[in-house]
Design a protein. Structure first.
Length: 577
């Protein structure tokens, strides 16, 4: 008998389960041991980014089984499927990083295609590494199905000489090793113990930043992102997420009922106050685009500028995700934002309740060590600042968490590199000077192609003790693990003829995170003259395949580097077809 809580005649799965014409389809389901009762229940896609590429994703397969228990408990029929992941920690510092950002959109596309092709009614998505989190959330909002997101959890920190260590320490150790400050043996010891478990990078890099976003935006159950991946206590959140999605189907609460302008603003607040990754300024506009909401880099930056930074997380601070979880996690952070009137409480969440109702149930308070009270923050503005000026008419972004006000102003001559490899070789050879602004161009979404992260170069600078003595600007991206005055997302990118394409060695560049400026001391006339002489985009070796396709479709970083027109061009709604 069909579960009376659900009206199957209004759900997409009716197209594959109901009526005599669907007998062939049902024969496939019986082949897999699905019962008659299960065939006529709502069908829930349980999507994971499981693979054996890295520790970030290795636990997702097991966690998906628990989610399926929850779906069944709630009266649904779960069907598990997988999609890709490109893990940035493995892709970093070589050609593989060109696949990273493109993988976000491929994840969204493949989840969409799987859901559409099999007519699933709802989605529970599990993701572990950087791009897989926004990719999964983008699919949820694009399809506008009842959706619950769950993070696979962070890695545990390693311990060396009585201190916590993370993969960031290993990247920076490469710079120390090159500088002769670390022996082969010391580096080998560190690399063996820095990552002791399953889970995504442990500090407030992109994965944990977007995990915090998943709770703040309302797609994940509160506190579900906090527990490290090896903790079996994660199971309770997996099961609860499966039950929750059935509740959303019953109430017809869809992803775009949850992801609104207000909830996007809440998410940006949480990124700011935790000193989160600059990549959030790429992913939040992309998620907004799927909902047809105008929310670009400048909107994200305005909120970040207006938000105190009060959660002391690496790389700008001292602590890792496990520490945040142990003092109450994202819900306690949001309670502090609420005290300052910086949170929209009326946003609906994956639980079916409003954010305010959910926070009323949270008893934890700021511990004063990991989470400072909002009234006495670490700094009075957020950890990420947007920049604008004649060098970046479409904006740029810099992470200032952990930097003093004096360190947030920098003027110096440009030293221009045409790609990251050239810059890395120059840094390795110390072929740069203190006080310079290192410019890495042709690394944008289209021009790279793929908008690579520059972690190898910035980590090498930090390892050489030069992280605060030079600045760096790029139309590419930075890892959440990047430290120092490093400006990314410079737009328009070089491949689109932006001013960064016109820079020459010695041009005087001013970066000012206090006033939000990124400019070059050139007149409009000089810039125009250089533009007239510009020979066009640098040719790349990617003339075919997925990366070529991404480069042809991708838009500017200001709007999230998206690859399709988004909800504003939508002509039909999947759930209502």
């Amino acid at each position: 008998m069909t579960n009376q809580r659900f009206d199957k005649s209004k759900l997409p799965s009716r197209h594959v389960t109901e009526g005599p014409a669907r007998a062939p389809h049902r024969s496939y389901f019986y082949a897999m041991g699905i019962s008659e009762e299960e065939i006529h229940q709502p069908w829930v896609g349980v999507a994971t980014c499981w693979n054996e590429a890295a520790p970030c994703n290795i636990a997702l397969n097991r966690q998906a089984q628990v989610v399926k228990h929850g779906v069944k408990k709630g009266g649904g029929t779960p069907r598990e499927f997988t999609t890709i992941t490109v893990t940035d920690g493995i892709a970093m510092g070589h050609e593989g990083m060109r696949s990273s950002l493109a993988s976000r959109d491929a994840i969204a596309d493949t989840v969409e295609l799987t859901m559409r092709g099999h007519c699933y009614d709802a989605l529970v998505g599990l993701a572990g590494c950087d791009k897989s989190l926004p990719g999964m959330m983008m699919a949820m909002v694009r399809l506008n199905v009842p959706s619950v997101f769950i993070y696979g959890g962070s890695i545990l920190p390693g311990r060396l000489n009585g201190k916590d260590v993370t993969v960031q320490d290993v990247f920076e150790a490469v710079g120390k090793h090159q500088a002769g400050q670390m022996s082969d043996a010391e580096l080998e010891i560190l690399e063996r113990i820095a990552c002791p478990s399953s889970g995504a990078c442990g500090a407030q890099y992109t994965a944990n930043t977007m995990a915090c976003v998943s709770e703040a935006i309302g797609l994940a159950l509160l506190n579900s992102s906090g527990a490290p991946a090896p903790y079996e206590s994660r199971d309770q959140y997996g099961e609860a997420s499966g039950v929750a999605v059935m509740n959303l189907i019953e109430k017809n609460i869809r992803a775009r009922d949850i992801v609104t302008l207000k909830s996007l603003e809440n998410a940006a607040r949480v990124v700011a106050c935790t000193g989160g990754s600059t990549n959030a300024a790429l992913h939040l506009p992309a998620i907004a685009h799927e909902a047809g909401i105008a929310f670009d880099l400048f909107d994200v930056a305005a909120i970040m500028r207006d938000t105190p930074y009060f959660v002391d997380l690496r790389p700008g601070g001292k602590y890792v995700a496990k520490d945040l979880y142990e003092v109450g996690g994202v819900p306690v952070v949001m309670k502090e934002l609420r005290k300052a009137g910086l949170l929209h409480e009326d946003c609906i969440t994956a639980s079916g309740k409003t954010l305010g109702e959910e926070l009323d149930r949270i008893t934890g308070e700021a511990d004063g060590r990991v989470i400072h009270p909002v009234a006495t923050p670490i700094t009075r503005t957020g950890g990420v600042v947007g920049l604008k000026g004649n060098l970046c008419p479409d904006g740029a972004i810099v992470k200032v968490a952990g930097m003093t006000e004096a360190e947030q102003v920098f003027t110096g001559p440009a030293r221009v590199f045409e790609c990251e490899e050239d810059a890395f070789e120059a840094v390795k050879a110390r072929a740069y000077r203190e006080g310079e602004v290192i410019v890495i161009r042709n690394e944008g979404p289209a021009g790279g192609p793929g908008m690579r992260e520059m972690l190898s170069t910035t980590a090498a600078l930090s390892g050489q003790g030069m992280g605060k003595k030079v600045a760096l600007i790029t139309d590419g991206r930075f890892s959440g693990a990047t430290r120092g005055f490093c400006v990314g997302h410079v737009g328009p990118e070089a491949a689109h003829g932006g001013p960064i394409a016109l820079l020459r060695n010695g041009d005087i560049i001013t970066l000012n995170a206090l006033t939000g400026e990124l400019s070059v001391a050139l007149s409009d006339a000089e810039l125009a003259a250089r533009k007239a002489e510009w020979k066009g985009p640098r040719k790349t070796v990617y003339e075919t395949g997925a990366i070529w396709k991404f480069a042809r479709l991708v838009g500017g970083a200001r709007w999230g580097a998206v690859t399709h027109p988004g909800a504003k061009a939508e002509a039909h709604v999947y759930m209502d077809q």
